[in-house]
Structure formats: C-alpha cells, structure tokens
Write a protein that binds this ligand. Structure first.
Ligand SMILES: Cc1cc2nc3c(=O)[nH]c(=O)nc-3n(C[C@H](O)[C@H](O)[C@H](O)COP(=O)(O)O)c2cc1C
Length: 278
C-alpha cells in the first residue's frame, strides 16, 4: 500500500469509529487496521474452525501481561452442542452462542494457586481479598482481548458474553469448576457469515473520554455526548435498528438492581463459589 492509500484507509477507519474526523499522527499498519475494524460478530457460518485455532488463541492470550506473573486465569473451550445450548440458556437465551462453533469461557482462576499453596502446606490468604479477585478479573480480560485481536486478525469474529454472569452458579456447575474459579465472561467465536455482516459501532468522541493531565467533566463532555447520541441514531437507522439515544440506553442499563438481570446477587454467589472478597 502506498502512503496516500494508507492514510486514506486510516482516515476511513477512524471515521467509521467516530463518525467524525479525528486528527491523529498515525501511519496505518495491519495491527491498527484490525483494532479499528473491530465489531462484535453474532452470525457465523456453520463450519468448524481449523485445527489448532484454540491453541493459537490461547498462545495470544497467554502473551498478555500478567500481574506479578501469577497467571490467575484459565479458559474452557466448549464445542459440544448440548453444552453450548445449556450455556446459551444460562446467558438469557442468546442464540449466537449455539450458532458459534466455539464458545470460550474465560475464568478467574484462583483455584490453581490455592491448590498449590495447600500442596506446599502454605497459606494463600492473600487470595481471599477483593484485590486478588480484581487482579484475576483484570488479567483475564486483557488475556481474552488478546485472543479477540488474534482471531480478528485471522478473519474470524467473536462476541463477548457477559450474560453468563446471570447464572454464575449454574455455569460453574456446567463447567465442573472447583471452588475459587469463576466464569467471568464467555466468548462466542466463529467465521463471520458474510450474508449477515456486522458493522463498526461508533464510540463516544475522544473529548468525552480523553482528559489531559486532570479529569474535567464539563460542557465539552456534555456537547460530545449530545453529538454522540445523534451519530449513534444515524448508525441505528442505517442498521435498521430501533433508534434510541445512547444516554437513554445506558441509563436503562444502569437504572436499578433489576437492570442487572440477576447479577445483583453476584456478591453472594461469589461467596458460595469460595471467593471471600475481604
Ligand atoms: C465484557 C463484555 C460482555 C458482553 N456481553 C455481551 C452479551 O452477553 N451479549 C451480546 O450480544 N454482546 C455482549 N457484549 C458485546 C457488546 O454489546 C458490544 O461490544 C458493544 O455493544 C459494542 O459493540 P461492538 O463490539 O460491535 O463495537 C459484551 C461485551 C463485553 C466487553
């Protein structure tokens, strides 16, 4: 690609992400192209993934940084149709889980270090603290995102499934999880069906999320959000979706405990799964 074409492509990708021009000083490369082109994919071709795909994705995931190199996550790869169907129901009946040839369940896994501590006859008390759970959630998420970038670079598509946290105890039983292991989210993976393509969803303008030196919530942010409501409505119109402001959507999603679809009892469920969260 020559430089002019490269920069036209970069402008196009940034524009698709924001629906407005953004001044950047970047030369396009393949990594940025994959990142900027991300969209959640919920429609897949009914074909198995090439042998070794899971191992490739896990290699990418394990290449992510790991807090103190503790490596406190694991992943369960599910391909069995009946198991996918049960997990799809736990996640609120999300059909795309069943359609995907591969469903990855990303676990905060404090069991490994707990078991190793017990085998050495040593306590592992630090794992009882909220900090350790948070560390596990952070590491699991950045590892999974590495896998997403990797699979998108291979022409595959995926969607995260937080819906599995609607029924965490049932998911844990289905996956045969030991105490101190928690399925943080799922990831449905497959080859995108070109007949049902997904589009790049615009994001909040950078004015709203990027602060220089200090946080500053003011008129620029309010204006940016108003502009975003308009841009998202345009996107929804193009996609044949119901038009609704982002502020209304987000407001509904955070309105009350009921909006958490059963996850309001997560603290109790985590306790029952062995997480003390002191
Ligand atoms: C942790 C996490 C959990 C998610 N859970 C779900 C889910 O259960 N079902 C779903 O269809 N999409 C889910 N999504 C996808 C988001 O809805 C999607 O990323 C967002 O609308 C932005 O769209 P995009 O990924 O296409 O840019 C989840 C995303 C993340 C990061």
């Amino acid at each position: 690609m020559n430089d002019i074409l490269k920069s036209a492509k970069w402008d196009e990708l940034v524009h698709a992400r924001y629906r407005v021009s953004v001044s950047t000083a970047t030369q396009l490369n393949e990594t940025l192209e994959v990142l900027l082109s991300h969209r959640s994919v919920r429609a897949y071709l009914p074909e198995a993934l090439p042998d070794g795909t899971v191992e490739t994705l896990v290699a990418a995931a394990q290449s992510a940084s790991s807090s103190s190199n503790l490596q406190v996550w694991s992943v369960v790869a599910v391909e069995d149709t009946a198991r996918k169907a049960r997990l799809a129901e736990f996640a609120g009946g999300q059909k795309h889980i069943l359609e995907a040839p591969l469903f990855l369940l990303w676990l905060v896994d404090l069991h490994r270090l707990t078991a190793l501590g017990a085998a050495r006859g040593e306590p592992a008390e630090a794992l009882d603290y909220l900090e350790s759970f948070l560390l596990g959630a952070v590491d699991t998420a950045i590892a999974a995102q590495n896998a997403v970038v990797a699979l998108e670079s291979l022409g595959l598509g995926a969607v995260y499934i937080g819906g599995i946290r609607n029924k965490p105890a049932e998911v844990a039983a289905e996956l045969g999880l030991p105490p101190h292991a928690f399925a943080l989210f799922g990831l449905a993976v497959g080859r995108p069906d070109p007949a049902r393509p997904a589009s790049v969803k615009p994001r909040l303008p950078q004015d709203v999320v990027l602060f220089k030196e200090q946080y500053n919530w003011g008129e620029a942010q309010q204006a940016g959000i108003a502009a975003y409501n308009e841009r998202l409505r345009t996107f929804q119109r193009e996609q044949g979706l119901r038009q609704q402001d982002w502020t209304a959507q987000a407001g509904t999603r955070v309105r009350n405990a009921g909006a958490l679809s059963g996850r309001d009892i997560l603290h109790q469920v985590l306790h029952s799964l062995g997480f003390t969260l002191r």
